[in-house]
Design a protein around this ligand. Structure first.
Ligand code: GLY
Ligand code: MN
Ligand code: MN
Length: 470
């Protein structure tokens, strides 16, 4: 009997190990996540507790969900990537056991796991994520915590549009229990601001571990942009270009993209967040590709604008050069200490002067017509990452990553010579801010029009791909 039991344990262990074989080995470590919780705790006021919920699952079609995406704050603080979970972080140690954090996870369930995938469960959260105090979500309701005894309960905005599976311990149930236990008044914005302030001040500065993943996600996105530059031609569809990006991201181990890819030719390139990507061919138009991978949670955000036939027209080149010059002007002031708002001012100034010179506008105020966005945002776990945006007093700090992404978009029927119509150009790079300078993490993908034309002459591995006609 004992041998039989040992055989069972052996087979079970082998099976477990096998099922976890061939996984990436460069995920963030449990020490990283623990360090982030400690940094979070250090910023909490005395006698406070923070409550962090998983993101809800979302319907894609009837009974099919979108692939689940973890709440970046939950992932940052725990590494836990499943729904229906809640994390408590205490400023001071609690109870006789002296715990200062508790994670409530989805309970393991063999039948559910056969349908929708493995769950970490309590044991996994302990061994893989390094937590010592872990319960199943269903235990949250009766967990002994008196929120009233804390001077501050810190939590994020509570979503109101989530599904209720009526179990009482899905996210809906966890939130209801929290609201009851803590007697939450959802009109009280103070805890939400505290949560945003703490998470922003942490996440806007990248740690060395995060920089490794950021370099990787940006680098592989550049490889994808470069391959499309070589492969593209007037007969290629927007979706095919999108697909080449996706294939290359996955080839290098990315989970997917950090945001919906924007792959638009001509008029479509003038739609800032175009997403259909369904034009069947690009002809001799400009192709604007704003595509970045998500690698172990970290998003790149790279835009290149290229002529689909490999050669810029004079008009395309003139607009492109202004956007390029705007980027260069911004790069000159990229370093710690520069006010964040100065980046956009520098870009706007170059674009306004350039458009006036070409006779497209006459007054600098009109620049908004063709450059309607700003130049920079934080980048990291979210493509529009958390960070401090508090007006002119907010300055750039070392190890922030910001995009630099000026653009000019001239839709048809704009009040200018129609030779400019349907030209849309954005160039976007991911910039690591240093003490006295910067590093362009996306420098591997060419930006100069001459370099883009030269790369377009090279052959792509995708040019030889032969698929049957259907
Ligand atoms: N890809 C979205 C943006 O550039 O902000
Ligand atoms: Mn961006
Ligand atoms: Mn972008």
């Amino acid at each position: 009997m004992k041998q039989l039991f040992l055989l069972f344990v052996f087979l079970f262990t082998v099976n477990q190990v096998k099922s976890q074989e061939n996984l990436p080995t460069d995920y963030l470590t449990k020490e990283f996540h623990k360090g982030r919780r400690e940094a979070f705790r250090a910023l909490m006021p005395a006698n406070s507790v923070a409550v962090v919920f998983a993101y809800p699952e979302r319907v894609f079609s009837k009974d099919i969900n979108y692939n689940y995406h973890a709440n970046p704050d939950m992932y940052y603080l725990t590494g836990y990537k499943e729904p229906d979970a809640v994390l408590l972080i205490f400023k001071e140690a609690q109870g006789t056991e002296k715990y200062n954090e508790v994670l409530f996870v989805r309970e393991r369930n063999t039948a559910h796991e056969m349908w929708t995938g493995r769950r970490l469960g309590i044991e996994g959260a302990k061994s893989k994520l390094g937590f010592t105090t872990v319960y199943n979500g269903k235990d949250f309701k009766d967990f002994a915590i008196d929120f009233k005894k804390f001077d501050k309960v810190i939590y994020d905005a509570i979503p109101t549009d989530i599904r209720n599976d009526k179990s009482g311990f899905d996210l809906f149930g966890l939130l209801e229990n929290f609201k009851t236990k803590a007697a939450i008044n959802t009109d009280d914005k103070a805890p939400i601001e505290s949560f945003a302030d703490i998470t922003s001040s942490l996440r806007e500065i990248k740690t060395p571990e995060e920089l490794v993943l950021m370099r990787k996600t940006v680098k592989l996105s550049c490889v994808a942009h470069n391959e499309v530059m070589k492969a593209v031609g007037p007969d290629m569809s927007e979706n095919e270009a999108d697909g080449i990006h996706a294939y290359i991201h996955k080839h290098y181990g990315a989970e997917g993209e950090g945001y919906g890819p924007i792959v638009g030719a001509g008029a479509n390139g003038c739609i800032l967040h175009y997403w259909e990507n369904n034009a069947t061919k690009m002809d001799n138009q400009l192709l604007l590709m704003d595509v970045g991978s998500e690698y172990h949670g970290y998003s790149a955000d790279v835009t290149r604008t290229i002529p689909a036939n490999g050669k810029f027209t004079e008009e395309q080149k003139a607009i492109y050069q202004i956007v390029y010059d705007a980027q260069e002007a911004v790069f000159k002031i990229c370093k710690a200490g520069t006010p964040l708002v100065a980046l956009n001012e520098a870009a706007k100034d170059v674009i306004a002067k350039g458009l006036i010179k070409l006779g497209i506008i006459t007054d600098p105020k009109e620049v908004k017509l063709y450059y309607p966005h700003t130049c920079s945002h934080f980048l990291g776990l979210d493509v529009h990452d958390k960070g401090t945006y508090k007006g002119p007093q907010t300055v750039i700090k070392e190890n922030m990553i910001l995009t630099v992404e000026p653009g000019i978009y001239i839709p048809a029927n704009s009040k200018c010579d129609k030779k400019w119509w349907n030209i849309g150009v954005r160039i976007e790079d991911d910039i690591l801010m240093l003490k006295d300078s910067y590093e362009n993490l996306s420098a591997e993908s060419p930006r100069k029009w001459q370099d883009i034309e030269a790369l377009a002459k090279q052959k792509s591995t995708f040019n030889d791909m032969k698929l049957p006609k259907i």
